[in-house]
Design a protein around this ligand. Structure first.
Ligand SMILES: [Ca+2]
Ligand SMILES: [Ca+2]
Ligand SMILES: [Ca+2]
Length: 296
């Protein structure tokens, strides 16, 4: 009897809120989502505050990412220039009820408008009768960049690294320079140039076309193909063409391993002599690669 009385008193002394139903009402949907600032790598969003029956917003969720507190502004960082993305915001109360998502907003980061720095002076590291090997100092940029090699003022090649070998250079005097280009399309000034003189060997006769080309799938090597052909005359290198496009250049050899992804490709080989004269293409050789899923 005494125990029952004590329990009754304890129950009567509990605050009324302890008996209230759990909050099952989500906050109102955020409205007015807008962009207030963009940089090359960030977007700052703002929206009108939601309200909740509890009187308090616990957090906002922006594109699935939880932001505790009731701030109605968020800077999304870690983006890249000229990057377009759609954003939605929802509100969360302390009981875990989440509003529907706001109307979508599409925002784009600022473009990269700063050119890379000018590459360091270009220098010649090797020449043949018809090729020039070059090296240069790095440019810098906040974002990705690559290099363009200019011969006599025209772009003849691109390079990801700090060196390049320019082939099929005609005899005579040529000026080479390098410039950098970034992913925003901004181009640096040209490096200090270098002048090269290639003597005329007088050889105007191209090698004869390679023949007997075969292409064999090395089934156990996950897309590796071996090409074999008959070497010819005064060739110093061979161009390997895959479906008509230059794939690789190899030295004075009669075979090469190449990587060919799954599927069918047709190969031809062109012989090149020291003076840069190119033969007609070899016979075509077609190969179908089927990568073994147990090995590759
Ligand atoms: Ca609520
Ligand atoms: Ca840039
Ligand atoms: Ca020749």
């Amino acid at each position: 009897m005494k125990l029952l009385f004590a329990t009754l008193v304890a129950l009567l002394c509990l605050p009324a809120s302890a008996f209230a139903a759990r909050d099952r009402t989500p906050p109102t949907v955020p409205t007015g989502l807008r962009v207030v600032a963009v940089t090359e790598d960030s977007v700052t969003l703002r929206w009108n505050p939601s309200t909740d029956n509890s009187g308090q917003i616990h957090a906002y969720v922006v594109n699935g990412v939880y932001h505790p507190g009731n701030s109605t502004q968020k800077t999304i960082t870690g983006l890249v220039p000229n990057w377009t993305q759609t954003y939605r915001v929802s509100a969360l109360d302390a009981a875990g009820n989440r509003s529907a998502a706001s109307a979508p907003l599409t925002a784009t980061t600022a473009p990269d408008v700063t050119a890379p720095t000018v590459p360091g002076a270009v220098r010649v590291t090797a020449t043949t009768a018809s090729s020039v090997s070059l090296a240069w100092g790095a440019s810098s940029d906040r974002w990705a960049l690559w290099y363009e090699v200019l011969m006599d003022g025209a772009v003849v090649q691109t390079a990801g690294g700090l060196s390049a070998r320019v082939r099929s250079v005609p005899p005579g005097t040529h000026t080479f320079a390098v410039r950098a280009r970034d992913s925003g399309g901004n181009v640096s000034g040209s490096s200090a140039p270098v002048t090269v003189v290639l003597a005329d060997t007088g050889d105007r006769v191209p090698p004869s076309a390679p023949s007997g080309l075969t292409a064999t799938d090395l089934a156990d090597f996950c897309g590796s193909v071996i090409l074999r052909w008959g070497t010819v005359g005064d060739a110093v290198e061979y161009e390997l063409l895959r479906n008509g496009a230059l794939f690789e250049v190899v030295g004075a050899t009669g075979s090469a391993f190449v990587y060919a992804p799954d599927g069918t490709s047709t190969w031809t080989v062109v012989a090149v002599d020291a003076a840069g004269n190119r033969s007609a293409a070899s016979n075509p050789a077609t190969v179908t690669v089927v990568a073994d899923p147990n090995l590759c």
